[in-house]
Design a protein around this ligand. Structure first.
Ligand code: SDX
Length: 375
């Protein structure tokens, strides 16, 4: 086997997958384009596609919805555990702890593929419910039980705010969940597959993936991108800042991608909806700021927005607190992580790459009294 060294495994094929195809020309979830899915499928349908390899028929869709509803209530000790967590703790850190703790009340028996499919649905519901419960407790409110008849995205907003969301908000959240659901061997999914490859369990792989997704070079960029936009009151201020930032060679959050070098298919889909949302809400000023940053990045640096750039502003215009943005990414990507875990387990080989040694040459161990520390 020829050895090759590529920092960050850039350009290295680290496995084979049927779950998704990510390349400059297309983003496919099991053969369906993201554009087609964004227009014609809900998150529940995409969740079924990723986990069970087919889009659901009417009965299967009804079945997955009722299972997600059934799995939503949190065990009382999990709610109790959320209560004392200081407000200063980020929702991503809360999710990392709470998902791990909730697993002690995992109702699914067994670890075979069928059980892990059910566990994936249970985790999908638990993650959404933990986000909402933490949101309520942060605001001095009691968590509320799920409401019959609401789809997954609407249920998240209902359990946060205590009232069913307007259709536009529900549809936009559902769209972001579809767009965020899966993306092949990104850092958090790769972390998930590495943990799976040791024959560890799905929840451990998901907790590891949450830790990976938190980083601003990965999922944390949707929060960081919105924090950047909040610095500006006008397009002119943003134009001034981006010129200085590029001169400082600063990484601009929400832009660039390891694979997409001519644009992120998901960003294009979401940006169209974001422009409609901003127009409907009379928030043109935000689009001026948004475009003031985007234009020089695209026209001068040829560095394009990734999905996190339009997503941060979309969530902001929907009135969601920034601390919820990356957790909502988790609420979607649990679908992709679970699908990859199941696929890895089917045809497993332990991930154990080589490394290139760059340490000191061979040397003898000196006796203790001769070990003088330099300086
Ligand atoms: C996600 O992998 C996935 O699929 C991830 C994801 C998914 O769905 O799972 O798509 C989700 O994580 C999207 C990415 C979110 N992260 C950000 O928006 C953070 C900002 N982006 C950058 O840090 C960067 O673009 C990365 C990390 C996303 C990709 O970086 P690469 O492939 O390692 O590219 P690089 O850092 O080597 O950059 C190449 C050049 C450099 O310039 P030079 O040093 O060669 O002169 O492009 C520049 C970089 O400085 N560059 C940027 C930039 N991204 C790259 N310059 C300014 N701002 C940026 N955002």
């Amino acid at each position: 086997m020829p050895e090759s060294f590529s920092p960050g495994l850039e350009g290295v094929i680290a496995g084979e997958t049927a779950v998704a195809c990510v390349d400059q020309g297309r983003l496919l979830y099991r053969g369906y384009t993201i554009q087609d899915l964004a227009e014609n499928a809900s998150f529940e349908e995409v969740l079924h596609l990723l986990l069970y390899e087919t889009l659901p028929d009417r009965d299967q869709l009804a079945g997955i919805k009722s299972t997600l509803f059934k799995f939503r209530p949190l065990a009382e000790p999990v709610v109790q555990m959320l209560r004392p967590i200081p407000k200063s703790v980020s929702m991503m850190d809360v999710l990392r702890s709470a998902v791990s703790y909730a697993a002690h009340w995992d109702p699914i028996r067994g670890k075979d593929e069928a059980a892990n499919g059910q566990r994936a649905l249970w985790l999908t519901s638990q993650i959404a419910a933990i986000i909402a419960a933490r949101f309520r407790l942060m605001n001095g409110l009691e968590p509320i039980p799920p409401k019959e008849g609401l789809d997954h995205a609407a249920q998240i907003l209902y359990q946060c705010h205590g009232e069913a969301p307007d259709q536009l908000s529900a549809d936009l959240i559902d769209l972001t969940l579809v767009l965020y659901a899966e993306h092949e061997f990104n850092a958090s999914t790769f972390a998930c597959r590495v943990i799976c490859s040791t024959l560890s369990d799905l929840t451990s792989a998901v907790v590891g993936a949450i830790g990976a997704l938190k980083g601003p070079l990965h999922g944390g960029a949707n929060e960081a991108a919105m924090e950047m936009l909040l610095k500006f009151k006008s397009g002119e201020e943003a134009r001034q800042w981006i010129r200085e930032a590029l001169a400082r060679k600063e990484k601009v959050m929400g832009f660039g991608h390891r694979v997409y070098k001519h644009g992120d298919h998901r960003a294009d889909v979401l940006e169209r909806k974001l422009r409609q949302l901003a127009a409907q809400k009379g928030q043109q000023r935000w689009m001026e700021i948004y475009d003031a940053i985007k234009e020089p990045m695209v026209n001068e640096k040829k560095i394009f927005p990734n999905v996190d750039y339009p997503c941060g502003l979309t969530y902001y215009l929907l009135g969601l607190p920034i601390d919820l943005y990356t957790p909502l990414f988790v609420a979607a990507r649990i679908a992709g992580w679970s699908a990859h875990f199941i696929e890895q387990a089917r045809n497993n080989r332990l991930y154990r790459p080589l490394s290139q040694y760059a340490g000191p040459p061979v040397r003898p161990v000196p006796p203790l009294e001769q070990r003088k520390q330099a300086g």
